[in-house]
Design a protein around this ligand. Structure first.
Ligand SMILES: *[C@@H]1O[C@H](CO)[C@@H](O)[C@H](O)[C@H]1NC(C)=O
Ligand SMILES: *[C@@H]1O[C@H](CO)[C@@H](O)[C@H](O)[C@H]1NC(C)=O
Ligand SMILES: *[C@@H]1O[C@H](CO)[C@@H](O)[C@H](O)[C@H]1NC(C)=O
Ligand SMILES: *[C@@H]1O[C@H](CO)[C@@H](O)[C@H](O)[C@H]1NC(C)=O
Ligand SMILES: *[C@@H]1O[C@H](CO)[C@@H](O)[C@H](O)[C@H]1NC(C)=O
Ligand SMILES: *[C@@H]1O[C@H](CO)[C@@H](O)[C@H](O)[C@H]1NC(C)=O
Ligand SMILES: *[C@@H]1O[C@H](CO)[C@@H](O)[C@H](O)[C@H]1NC(C)=O
Ligand SMILES: *[C@@H]1O[C@H](CO)[C@@H](O)[C@H](O)[C@H]1NC(C)=O
Length: 401
């Protein structure tokens, strides 16, 4: 993590703590603290309600044996995958099924029901020597295919018939795990929620509610972009280079001229000063929508987004501006400048807050994993060729022309 201005807390989602630069470390500096502060509040909430949950679960656990989930390796140096060890994380997350324990103790391999492999730092000389038929080996990845370490995907042993389940941000994973990116949740049920598997829509304690009115008149600047990865497969940098010919974009971080003084100032700056937050993904891949969408929501700036997804599946109507809806950077600039001049049009981009809230869960994927580990109805499953599933399928990553 760059600059030492960030926290080194384990509570920070691991992929945000990554040393490599494609997740803007500067943005981290500016935003992680607030995310954390909110998370802590959420945890407090959960703790207060814990005793109720435990009473209910006690019944369950008398009949259900515990399932053991083994973290085979670490996830960006985190031995507990930023989730935790033991049963407690499942209880804290108020999972419907809490009778699972996580461990990194390999002596428990034989009794492990699920074994998780973080692809990003998998050591091919250090794989299990044997496996049992009831065990599920899990392909765990939070990066996009374009930044996944290719070695395990090309190695025959791990490529062919090794993994039983996938746990990634992709919606067609066995376990969808994207909560650390933040998710938008309808206050009332509506079509958006269908983007998430039913089992993941539970729980309403970890709310981050954003219902204070946005001070539009205070915002004097147009657009901010926080970025440290200057060359990406999505070529977002080319788009911005064109965009700045027609409108000002304040670029913070390694790829621009500006730096934020400190994290407090950085996070308030977007809220106070900027109308738009540039949230271009570094890769154009199926379902790859990261916190770049949510940061705008959290800090009262309209996200201007670019990714290979239908954003309407991930965000409320009229809450964002998708670059793909414009024929050219100039047309986008014209529209943003129009909104800048017309408060009534701009303000409509905050109407969604009446009907939606933004949650920063990190646990619902894990709840689902525990539930699946207990589900004896689930058929046996093996990915014959994980490379095809993750990378080769042409619909997965849409490289720019
Ligand atoms: C979600 O809630 C329903 C009804 O309360 C429950 O049956 C189901 O098991 C829950 N699922 C998860 C994953 O929490
Ligand atoms: C685990 O299983 C293997 C293979 O069946 C066996 O050789 C080994 O002794 C077992 N280890 C433990 C700790 O039970
Ligand atoms: C990979 O595992 C082997 C066998 O355990 C070990 O000798 C080697 O040091 C490991 N490599 C890395 C980079 O950790
Ligand atoms: C890997 O698998 C491919 C396809 O089955 C095969 O042609 C190749 O020889 C294998 N490579 C090794 C090193 O086993
Ligand atoms: C909105 O921002 C302006 C300019 O910074 C400030 O003068 C005004 O007091 C703010 N209004 C509210 C309601 O915070
Ligand atoms: C940095 O600032 C200089 C002078 O203000 C300007 O000419 C240049 O284009 C800026 N570069 C970027 C990447 O914004
Ligand atoms: C955006 O609107 C404000 C207020 O109307 C104006 O002062 C500013 O010059 C506009 N910015 C641009 C880049 O046009
Ligand atoms: C997991 O995959 C292995 C390897 O293909 C297979 O032998 C095993 O039956 C699978 N287990 C389950 C529970 O699906």
């Amino acid at each position: 993590m760059a600059g030492g201005c960030c926290l080194s807390s384990r509570a920070i989602p691991a992929f945000w703590r990554r040393k490599s630069n494609y997740l803007a470390s500067l943005m981290l500096c500016c935003y992680v603290l607030v995310f954390l502060v909110r998370q802590v509040n959420v945890n407090k909430l959960v703790t207060e309600e814990k005793h109720i949950q435990i009473t209910a679960d006690d019944q369950q656990e008398k009949i259900k044996p515990f399932k053991t989930i083994l973290y085979w390796n670490s996830f960006f140096t985190l031995k507990d995958y930023a989730f935790g060890f033991g049963q407690e994380p499942f209880v804290n997350a108020k999972c419907a099924t809490t009778s699972c324990v996580t461990t990194d103790d390999r002596s428990l391999f034989n009794i492990s029901d699920v074994v998780i492999f973080s692809i990003q730092e998998l050591n091919l000389s250090d794989l299990p020597a044997y496996r049992f038929p009831h065990q599920r080996f899990v392909f765990y990845e939070m990066e996009s295919p374009s930044t996944t370490d290719p070695i395990p995907l090309l190695n025959n042993r791990t490529r062919f018939g090794f993994f039983n389940w996938t746990m990634t941000y992709r919606l067609d994973s066995d376990v969808v795990n994207r909560d650390a990116y933040g998710i938008v949740v309808p206050i009332k049920d509506n079509s958006l929620s269908s983007a998430y598997p039913k089992s993941r829509r539970n729980g309403s304690t970890s709310f981050v509610r954003n219902d204070s009115p946005v001070n539009i008149s205070g915002k004097k600047k147009l657009a901010a972009w926080f970025v440290s990865n200057c060359v990406t497969t999505s070529r977002r940098e080319d788009y911005v280079r064109e965009l700045v010919k027609y409108m000002p974009v304040d670029i913070y971080g390694q790829c621009g001229n500006l730096t934020c003084e400190d994290q407090t100032r950085g996070r308030e700056m977007v809220r106070d000063d900027y109308k738009f937050y540039i949230g271009f993904e570094n890769a154009l891949c199926t379902d790859y929508v990261t916190e770049k969408l949510m940061v705008g929501f959290f800090y009262d700036a309209v996200p201007v987004v670019k990714g290979a997804v239908n954003y309407a599946e991930f965000a409320p109507p009229h809450s964002f501006i998708d670059v793909n809806d414009f024929a050219s950077p100039k047309q986008l600039a014209d529209y943003l400048l129009l909104l800048n001049e017309t408060d009534s049009l701009y303000a409509r981009y905050f109407d969604w807050r009446r009907d939606f809230t933004v949650e920063l869960y990190q646990k619902r994927g894990w709840c689902h994993l525990c539930q699946m580990a207990h589900d004896h109805q689930l058929p046996s499953k093996t990915y014959d060729d994980i490379l095809t599933w993750w990378v080769d399928d042409p619909k997965n990553c849409d490289l720019p022309k």
